[in-house]
Design a protein around this ligand. Sequence first.
Ligand SMILES: Cc1cc2nc3c(=O)[nH]c(=O)nc-3n(C[C@H](O)[C@H](O)[C@H](O)COP(=O)(O)OP(=O)(O)OC[C@H]3O[C@@H](n4cnc5c(N)ncnc54)[C@H](O)[C@@H]3O)c2cc1C
Length: 400
Amino acid sequence: MGSDALVIGAGPSGLLAAKEIASKGFSVKILEEHARVGVPSHCAGLISVEGLKRIGVEATGEFVQNEVYGGRIYSPDGQCIEIRDRRPRAHVVDRAALDQRLADKALDAGAELVLGRRAERLTLADGSVIGASGAGWSEEARIVVDAEGPSRRLAAEAGLAGSRRKPLLGVNAEVACEIDTTMVEVWFGAETAPGFYAWVIPTSERLVRVGLAAREGDPTALLDGFIGRRFGSASHSPPRAGQVLVDGPVERTSSSGILLVGDAAGHVKPTTGGGVVLGGLCAIEAGKVTTHALEAGDTSASFLAGYDEAWRRLYGPEFRSMQTLRGLADRVSDERMNRFFDAFTKAGLGEVAAGLVAGGDMDMQDGVIRRALSEPRLMKAAISGLGRLALAELRGLVNL
Ligand SMILES: Cc1cc2nc3c(=O)[nH]c(=O)nc-3n(C[C@H](O)[C@H](O)[C@H](O)COP(=O)(O)OP(=O)(O)OC[C@H]3O[C@@H](n4cnc5c(N)ncnc54)[C@H](O)[C@@H]3O)c2cc1C
């Protein structure tokens, strides 16, 4: 007899879905290809204070390394906008330790975790997913939750469409140096990170996590160049690479017998590539729909489409606004970005931006994007940098 639910992948999304299903008394087996949960980690580990609470995790020293209050954002020509809040806005976490915490919660709820077991393929019968198999094993289940992360290999087998564009490649390395531990840095520019940005995240008084994602070029070489320019000859750990998804959710996240969660579903913020919180929240919804389907004895595509409806209702507007902003950001040249920073500084908009950020939400960005687009002084600076047409298009797309 198989389990009620088979979860493929012990990342945060799979573990949160597993916990939700197991806590309702259903049998859940989680398969993880690696020997340890959360290892290897390629994540920058920046998670909003509210976001961690939303996914039901209490911040503890077990995995929280630092707290940050805001950021310094650098234009391609080195101008800086600093935005600082009075309260800590984000935790810097050790992702392997956070994932282990989530695994403990899933296990406490009754889920079973099998490490070192890679699902090579899905098992299909009459167009429905009924399990998965790998080298020398096969497992059946009433529902499969695909939490395999950004590769989406199994999702494609289930006929669930992937991203339209190639994902960005991201890299992180730890650099030994002393900087202000209360602020992150974000660096824009085609020389640094074409098509995205670089980040500097202090993990302690003596160590920073430095990374970037890029649409083109060799990210490891770009990271070496950036670390050299920013930190001189400071030594750094070998970079770890991973895919950063910024294209928003895939078209369909469920089919008969299967639900996609987390990166596999494209549940990642298109503005920043962060997926722990929104991916986790949608995965909790997947867990709820799974328990309803198991209770009803109905794992058909039409029943499980309730999951697509649930996350679209709750988070669809967030993904849409962030995707629209990403689309605009993708078209902003270095020159225009420099002009925007210049206009922003000359107009003394630091206070305005700080006010927006103080009232804003790092994960649910729809509200702050709308408020920014309705702020006349900010829009004046944005027009001089980004152009009236691009902004009109952005405002139109978010129905302002
Ligand atoms: C460079 C970089 C920096 C990032 N920084 C941040 C950040 O600061 N904040 C943030 O919120 N997000 C960040 N992200 C994104 C974040 O890492 C992901 O959105 C998040 O990990 C998605 O969680 P998940 O559970 O969907 O997938 P994953 O965390 O990728 O977990 C998938 C799991 O499935 C396992 N697996 C895969 N295939 C199989 C298989 N066939 N059989 C069995 N097991 C399998 C994998 O080993 C893995 O453990 C970053 C990503 C990158 C690449």
